[in-house]
Design a protein around this ligand. Structure first.
Ligand code: APR
Length: 250
């Protein structure tokens, strides 16, 4: 193995081999290679004139519930056609080698769970789940309905996707667990996230403040190897498997 592989810096490989606690935060970038558009990509087709900030809010839903529901229906169909990629699978392998591994995701696409990740903290909910807008309670196995959006079988209120919208609180337990995992991490990876949406974006700084080795993996970072800080410029689906091969050769 080339000792100075840009995707697997020697210092990071050694740290990974020695690590007890590894915490990973993923964003839309890790699902990009599964064909799912990221948020900072311009939207396509009939959604190109909208920005997520205009649709993923309670105000937008109150103003035009049909439009917001149909945007999520479009995204859910994309998610249902997507499959985990080599980046998701590499994180499953890392989890198998690390005694305390925590995967925190901002993604709502279930691809980490589909890849086999065991401990997934969904900070922003999950597009496959639906909840009542009025009661804020998840609705399971609802009947298909011609009404758009469909209505809550209990109270008749409008149904919405169980995802966190701009301006809404994150699930409290999930965020508390995420902060704890950042504080106690030996190594903290931030993978495929633009780090523009709080409070998820602050987790890397928390980890750094508590002495973790921090790895930022993205397409838009300048490469940096300054232990305990690493910036790796590359695609998650290429870099993560390279790191796994370097740390744990077959
Ligand atoms: N490998 C690694 N990084 C990638 C790849 C890839 N193949 N493709 C894209 N990226 C990077 C982009 O450079 C960008 O920095 O992934 C990042 C995706 O950023 P965003 O689209 O902002 O997605 P994310 O950071 O997850 O957004 C956070 O914002 O819209 C809200 O709630 C939504 O959870 C989302 C949150």
């Amino acid at each position: 193995m080339d000792k100075h592989n840009a995707f697997a810096p020697a210092g990071l490989v050694e740290a990974l081999q020695a690590a007890e606690r590894v915490t990973v935060l993923t964003g839309a970038g890790i699902s990009a290679e599964s064909g799912l558009p990221t948020f900072r990509d311009p939207m396509t087709g009939l959604w190109e004139k909208y920005r997520p900030e205009d649709l993923a809010t309670p105000q937008a839903f109150r103003r035009n519930p049909r439009l917001v529901w149909e945007w999520y229906t479009w995204r859910r169909k994309l998610v249902e056609q997507a499959a985990p990629n080599a980046g998701h699978r590499a994180l499953v392998t890392i989890e198998q080698h690390i005694s305390e591994f925590t995967l925190i995701t901002q993604n709502v696409d279930s691809l980490h769970q589909q890849a086999g990740s065991q401990r997934v903290i969904e900070l922003h909910g999950n597009i496959r789940r639906t909840k009542c807008f009025d009661e804020n309670v998840v609705v399971e196995n609802r009947e298909e309905s011609a009404e758009v959006p469909p209505r809550c079988p209990r109270c008749g209120g409008l149904l919405r996707p169980d995802v966190v919208w701009f301006g809404e609180q994150l699930p409290e337990q999930a965020f508390h667990t995420a902060v704890e995992a950042a504080v106690h991490a030996d190594i903290f990876f931030a993978i495929g996230t633009s780090g523009t949406v709080e409070p998820a974006a602050s987790l890397a700084r928390v980890a750094q403040r508590f002495g973790a080795t921090v790895v930022i993996l993205n397409l838009d970072v300048e490469p940096l190897e300054a232990p305990p800080l690493y910036h790796i410029n590359g695609r998650a689906g290429i870099v993560l498997p390279a790191l796994v091969r370097a740390a744990w050769p077959e």
